[in-house]
Design a protein around this ligand. Structure first.
Ligand SMILES: [Zn+2]
Length: 165
């Protein structure tokens, strides 16, 4: 469970960065307007709403449960499982949980529920990014979560056993 609570703030930072990039990308210059669409001043027509065909087709935006997301979410669940087992291992070796308290971790059902909730929250954040069109952040949410959880689990296993309990 160590380190994993910082995920929401990391996701927030990535979101701010993505919004900045998106604004840069939407600037339209003369160079990217096709010459065939130019009109002389007497041909100027009032602006109309874009035709339905000029909107991005549904197939251009990937489905939320595509292969990549399924693999990423499986990775998040796996990393959470690793966090769960590494934390129980740490408790068996007489060490203390820092982020949660020992009584929560020692209630294995409650602790497992927290790990499942963490996975669900991560998928929920990815979904919000997907719905708002931030598809890179949607993937990065899972990648950062996996990195932080696996790093924390590695650290849990690396902590020295308390032989003086
Ligand atoms: Zn998406």
């Amino acid at each position: 469970m160590k380190w994993t609570c910082g995920l929401a703030s990391v996701a927030l930072l990535l979101f701010a960065a993505e919004v900045g990039c998106a604004q840069e990308r939407t600037i339209t210059t003369v160079e990217n307007i096709p010459r065939s669409t130019w009109r002389s001043p007497d041909q100027v027509v009032p602006l109309e709403a874009p035709a339905a065909s000029s909107l991005p087709a549904a197939s251009e935006v990937h489905k939320f449960w595509d292969r990549e997301n399924v693999l990423l979410f499986a990775g998040v669940a796996g990393a959470r499982g690793l966090d769960y087992s590494s934390t129980l291992n740490l408790r068996r070796r007489g060490l203390n949980e820092v982020l949660l308290n020992n009584s929560i971790v020692d209630n294995h059902l409650a602790f497992a529920a927290i790990e499942v909730a963490g996975t669900a929250t991560s998928i929920g954040i990815s979904y919000l990014f997907h719905r708002t069109g931030h598809h890179r952040l949607e993937r990065w949410t899972s990648l950062v979560h996996i990195g932080v959880a696996v790093g924390g689990a590695g650290r849990n296993y690396a902590l020295e056993t308390n032989h003086f309990r």
